[in-house]
Design a protein around this ligand. Structure first.
Ligand code: PLP
Length: 371
């Protein structure tokens, strides 16, 4: 089998055949000094809110800031507890700590890899102020089951939708289902800025006002600061890039689903498992994960053949040195630990060709055939 390089990203493709109008717009912005909270930012915020079907979306520096600001806007401070899952990206939990709150973890559900909603009731205490379900790898978390467990009005459900822009449950976009939702536009994401970027979406006007205050150092008028905030405004050039790309996102997400379906078909009958998706859930396949207890050997095999596979994430939250002071131990969240050892992401991009899909599938099949 001739070696082919199958890359994880193709940024050129995301700009379409003729990116000249965007390039012209960015040059004009650079030369005119249109950098901070310009019409481009307002325009992207209203387009993005309309895309999600929510009343408000605010552009911020990153998904990490979106989580930190959403938590603070929901009143999470020192002494509060915030529940999330042990198998997420570091930023979800870092944001909780950046607010001075205590993260409380629950395990993942074995088949869907989502937060196990059955464990929520046991994790809620009088100090719980928020729950963060993560729409992990682009798969919607079970929001119905989660919202049903969190009936205390003092507990905000904040969606970490960093990996799931455009995903839906029963036709409703993720990011419109909790008190607030956080998005990342990191270049790796399905909707990618040309650098860092993020957003908080909400239907709650008071929350949105808090988000606006907190992204501008708590300023509610020139040089009048009513709270201590962050400096976290979506860069205007990033807003122009995101606004240019947003109309193509539904087509890209549909294409990602087709690629995932092709992988599932070509990899059927191998000793591999896939993320379980309920019929009501529309996954957007930020990542396509295969699960095997021979993960590290499979990774070496496909990488040697030129396939840009990668492990996301090899260490679960409770075993990260940054959280050592919280007293978590190996064995505390066994499903998250197994997923960290067994999941492998195969390359997935909207523009992946049939030849590339076949090549990746052949590489995986050849590993299990022992060749
Ligand atoms: C689940 C999750 N939450 C939060 C973030 C943080 O986003 P950012 O990198 O934009 O700060 C990311 C992405 O990196 C993520 O994957």
């Amino acid at each position: 089998m001739a070696t082919m390089h199958v890359a994880r990203y193709n940024y050129r493709d995301q700009f379409g055949e003729d990116p000249t109008p965007l390039m012209r717009q960015v040059s004009e912005m650079l030369l005119a000094g249109r950098y901070i909270l310009t019409g481009e930012v307002d325009g992207f915020e209203s387009d993005f809110a309309a895309f999600l079907g929510v009343k408000h979306a605010r552009g911020l520096n990153s998904g990490t800031d979106a989580l930190t600001i959403a938590l603070r806007a929901c009143g999470v401070t020192q002494g509060a507890e915030v529940i999330t899952q042990a198998n997420t990206f570091h930023a979800t939990v870092a944001a909780i700590r950046l607010c001075g709150a205590r993260p409380v973890l629950v395990d993942a559900e074995e088949r869907s890899f989502s937060l196990d909603a059955r464990q929520l009731a046991g994790a809620i205490t009088p100090r719980t102020r928020a729950v963060i379900p993560v729409h992990l790898y682009g798969q919607p978390a079970p929001m119905g089951a989660i919202l049903a467990q969190v009936r205390d009005g003092r507990i905000a459900v904040i969606e970490d939708a960093a990996q799931a822009v455009g995903a839906r449950i029963d036709g409703r976009p993720v990011g419109s289902l909790g008190a607030a939702a956080c998005f990342s536009f990191h270049p790796s994401k399905n909707l990618a800025a040309a650098g860092d970027g993020g957003a908080v979406a909400t239907n709650d006007g008071d929350l949105d006002r808090q988000v606006r205050l907190l992204r501008e150092l708590g300023q509610d008028g020139q040089n009048h600061h009513v709270v201590v905030g962050l400096n976290s405004k979506l860069d205007a050039i990033q807003a122009a890039v995101l606004r240019y790309k947003l109309p193509r996102l539904p087509e890209w997400n549909a294409r990602r689903r087709e690629v995932a379906a092709a992988y599932r078909e070509r990899l059927a009958n191998l000793p591999l498992r896939f993320q379980h998706v309920e019929p009501a859930e529309e996954h957007v396949y930020h990542l396509f994960q295969v699960r095997t207890d021979r993960r590290d050997d499979l990774l070496r095999h496909v990488r040697a053949a030129g396939v840009d596979a990668v492990v996301r994430y090899p260490t679960p939250i409770h075993l990260q040195p940054a959280f050592a002071d919280l007293g978590w131990r190996k064995g505390d969240f066994p499903v998250a630990e197994r997923l960290a050892e067994e999941l492998l992401c195969l390359p997935i991009r909207p523009d992946l060709t049939r030849d590339e899909i076949d090549y990746v599938a052949d590489c995986v099949r050849s590993f299990f055939r022992g060749r």
